[in-house]
Design a protein around this ligand. Structure first.
Ligand code: BMA
Length: 316
């Protein structure tokens, strides 16, 4: 199998659009995913006609169709109490936190000072408890790990560096309490030049625990004269030390191809915020062209076999 076919698109794509929405919206995309009581739950980014985003819960038995969608925003920005959310909340990633018996939600709070990372928790995808803004601008594409390392929570995120190695790279930070974060380390650097993941990368779906390490799905942004192209690659982090990168694919494994990925509010974008594992099956939910939600599936073993062909370090 060619590695461009590791993920197979669902024939029903796009599986969710604004036409399915119970209330008027400009776009529905970049959804987090979870499994709750045998149902697939998507926490969907919905952009309203002001351009401001909120999150709404959609549930389905088979994860493809028959979605039950909340009739109003489930988790809306609250700029009166949370000024960092004044321009909306975007791109959630959810992680089941074993010790706490709840999901941790990392999302982009769009503040007047720029996009930053906020955290919240939920037990039911109806009500959310904010932990608060945890990393200052510009920082986004964050997700929690499900377990602690030496008693510390860990989180992947993507600050933007204006120093010598200018660019947007993937970092991991640690916290004793989910609120205060430190011990920041960069773990995956954007490549340079003509690479598909030159200059700007970011985590896509949350890290997935596998026998070979933490499987990382990340996006790389190729800048061209007619705009950016968002594509996806894989990496592995050491199971015991998530700051140690052990593998990283040279080539992207998934990129915009279908018409709904190539043309939308932002052309040439595939942007997953969630993937779910069921045995060897991996279901990846992704925003398509900042307009709709699509689904593609892969075999976990195939993904691992492919990424294991690229031990790190290698040339950049
Ligand atoms: C990124 C994020 C995503 C968006 C993507 C493409 O920077 O803002 O929400 O899907 O750009 O526009």
């Amino acid at each position: 199998m060619h590695h461009q076919e590791l993920f197979r698109r669902c024939p029903d794509n796009p599986i969710l659009t604004v036409d399915d929405w119970p209330y008027p919206a400009n776009s529905v995309f970049n959804a987090a995913a979870a499994t709750m009581a045998n149902r697939t739950v998507l926490l969907v980014r919905v952009e309203d006609f002001r351009g401001i985003s909120h999150l709404t819960t959609a549930k389905s038995k088979n994860g493809i169709d028959g979605w039950q969608i909340d009739h109003k925003p489930t988790f809306a920005p609250d700029p009166d109490s949370c000024p960092e959310e004044v321009w909306g909340i975007e791109d959630p990633r959810v992680t089941w936190l074993n010790d706490q018996e709840e999901w941790g939600v990392a999302y982009t709070a769009y503040s007047e000072g720029g996009p930053m990372v906020s955290l919240a928790t939920t037990r039911d995808f109806c009500s959310f408890v904010r932990i608060g803004p945890v990393l200052p601008p510009e920082d986004k594409d964050a997700a929690l790990f499900p377990v602690r390392f030496n008693d510390q929570w860990a989180m992947v995120h993507r600050p933007i560096s204006t120093h010598v190695r200018l660019g947007a790279h993937i970092w991991v930070s640690f916290s004793p309490d989910l609120k205060h974060w430190g011990d920041h380390q960069h773990v995956i650097l954007a490549r340079h030049g003509s690479w598909w993941d030159a200059n700007k990368i970011g985590l896509s779906a949350p890290p997935m625990e596998t026998s070979e390490g933490w499987l990382i799905l990340y996006h790389g942004v190729r800048t061209t004269v007619s705009g950016s192209i968002y594509r996806l690659g894989l990496a592995l982090l050491d199971l015991d030390n998530p700051t140690r990168l052990t593998h990283r694919t040279d080539e992207w494994i998934f990129g915009p191809k279908a018409p709904y990925e190539r043309e939308g509010d932002v052309d040439e974008v595939v942007f997953p915020c969630g993937w779910l594992r069921d045995g060897d099956d991996v279901r990846m939910y992704y925003g398509a062209a900042d307009l709709s939600i699509a689904l593609a599936t892969a075999s976990l073993q195939d993904l691992l076999d492919f990424v294991l062909r690229f031990p790190y370090p290698q040339r950049k």
